[in-house]
Design a protein around this ligand. Sequence first.
Ligand SMILES: Cc1cc2nc3c(=O)[nH]c(=O)nc-3n(C[C@H](O)[C@H](O)[C@H](O)COP(=O)(O)O)c2cc1C
Length: 181
Amino acid sequence: MKIGIYFDSTSGNTEVAARQVQEFFGDDLAELNTISEAGFSDLETFDLVIFGIPTWDYGHLQSDWEELWSELEETNLSGTTVALFGLGDQYGYPEWYLDAMGILHDLCAEKGANIVGRWPNQGYEFEASKALTEDGSHFVGLALDEDCQPEKTEQRITQWCTALLEELTQKRDIAAEVAAV
Ligand SMILES: Cc1cc2nc3c(=O)[nH]c(=O)nc-3n(C[C@H](O)[C@H](O)[C@H](O)COP(=O)(O)O)c2cc1C
């Protein structure tokens, strides 16, 4: 299995989280890239692509994501398995918590990605978020908050990465069963 972690970060929080995700899988398995350096051209070479995105300026994409958005809009993601993690500040920006992760999720879905790694929304306090699933029960990816809940980050990353591996294994088993019929 080959994992590509793609992120960008203005004040460094998403970078620290991305490094922790890479550490979980190990650098033999998981490659770490900033989108500003790597762009999106090699995504199809990975079994799993993990996108890390912070929300800035009242519900907007972080500046590097903003700049490269049109490139992602032109990228075909059908057949690519994508997981997302987002950074935000739930007390400081409660009406826009993790909106950028939700916006990125919607584009990935539109481009045909197979999206994995949703995350329960218990243990957070916010008013609104574009990063919630349709039924509101989960976030569309891992929700992190280095501003208000930094002590929870490490454990959240470990739990999410563990669940992600289980989800991928299950999907692979189901695909093998279907192929065997
Ligand atoms: C000016 C400013 C605007 C922000 N706007 C939002 C926002 O709309 N929603 C949110 O969830 N977090 C918001 N945040 C919080 C950042 O997403 C958070 O600090 C994040 O960890 C930054 O990630 P980075 O260091 O990787 O850039 C904002 C922070 C600042 C300083």
